[in-house]
Design a protein. Structure first.
Ligand code: H2B
Length: 98
């Protein structure tokens, strides 16, 4: 799970994700919500999932926007763990109205 994915594997993974790009060797997505409460609720829902995976996002919140960068620090790039967390974020965001 902690092996860096090849460019080809990353390209294939991006096709299964919603709105993610590869930016500076990280999976990147900007989530927009109705307001701050929805954005922060999304972060609160994601946090225990990330903690259970022992895999934590680089993210920041400004009002209704959550900017996310996913990489595996230990591997120095994108791994299957990042793809898995991105998928979980997509699912949670969809039910949070992103
Ligand atoms: N999160 C991310 N995004 N990348 C990591 O390499 C990572 C992590 N490593 N969360 C974990 C924690 C590691 O530091 C602990 C010791 O398991």
């Amino acid at each position: 799970m902690r092996e860096k994915l090849s460019q080809q594997e990353i390209d294939a993974a991006l096709l299964q994700l919603h709105g993610w790009t590869l930016a500076e060797n990280k999976l990147h997505r900007v989530f927009k919500f109705a307001d701050f409460t929805a954005a922060f609720s999304f972060m609160c829902a994601v946090a225990p999932v990330a903690e259970r995976m022992d895999h934590h996002p680089d993210w920041c919140n400004s009002y209704n926007t959550v900017r996310v960068d996913l990489s595996t620090h230990d591997a120095g790039g994108v791994t299957a763990n990042d793809v898995e967390l991105a998928k979980a974020m997509d699912t949670i965001a969809a039910s949070a109205g992103a």
